[in-house]
Design a protein around this ligand. Structure first.
Ligand SMILES: [Zn+2]
Length: 215
């Protein structure tokens, strides 16, 4: 594999910095994490976007969150077609093996995936409609969500679609039989959040008011 290269220097230096400080100061704790295995209480599904920093905003340590990231924090509907389903595999493992008590879908502002979805559904991004586009086919999950926001003024549509992505994902979570069963038996609760990257605010979906409300 001649195409595999050594890490760039800045990453090597940062690693050594972490090993000499954070790791060394908490060595016993890391050993215990390794020996005892993980027991996270929550699974977080967030966007791949580098600005979404879920462990930072919740002050979480290693071992606390089982985190799955994908483009636009989407959960696909439950399908058993024998194909490769990374997100569904992560959900299955979190709920049936780790038995997390919470699954949190975390959306965010200025999401490039959602913008692409908006443009594709509005007919402005033909390249995403191509069968060969992985991003486009992934964003097909959000087509029902786009239909719900398409009547809004254009300037409000993308933000509404970011929040709709959280709702579509929560709805799709409930199509997984083991999720539905865990929710109905009270072992698992589902949560929907949306984070504004610029002002640091966090909103959660409240079922009673059917709206996102600031925390
Ligand atoms: Zn995003």
């Amino acid at each position: 594999m001649q195409y595999v290269k050594n890490l760039p220097t800045y990453m090597v230096q940062r690693y050594h910095g972490w090993k000499a400080t954070t790791y060394t100061e908490n060595k016993a704790w890391y050993r215990r994490l390794a020996d005892e295995g993980q027991r996270p209480r929550a699974m977080i599904i967030s966007c791949c976007d580098s600005r979404v920093h879920v462990t930072s905003i919740f002050g979480a340590d290693e071992g606390e969150f089982f985190i799955h990231r994908n483009i636009a924090n989407l959960v696909p509907p439950f399908t058993q077609d024998g194909d490769h389903h990374g997100t569904s595999a992560a959900i299955e493992y979190a709920v049936t093996a780790l038995k997390v008590a919470h699954v949190v879908v975390l959306g965010h502002s200025n999401c490039g995936g959602i913008k692409g979805c908006h443009d594709m559904c509005a007919g402005l991004a033909p390249e995403l409609e191509d069968k060969s586009s992985f991003v486009g086919r992934w964003m097909d999950i959000m087509r029902p969500g786009y239909d719900r926001v398409s009547s809004l003024p254009e300037e409000d549509r993308t933000r509404a679609l970011e929040k709709e992505a959280v709702l579509v994902s929560l709805e799709n979570l409930m199509t997984f039989p083991f999720v539905q069963e865990a929710v109905e038996s009270g072992r698992l609760s589902l949560h929907g959040l949306w984070n504004d990257i610029g002002d640091g605010s966090l909103q959660q979906y409240e079922a009673e008011s059917r709206s996102f409300v600031a925390i």
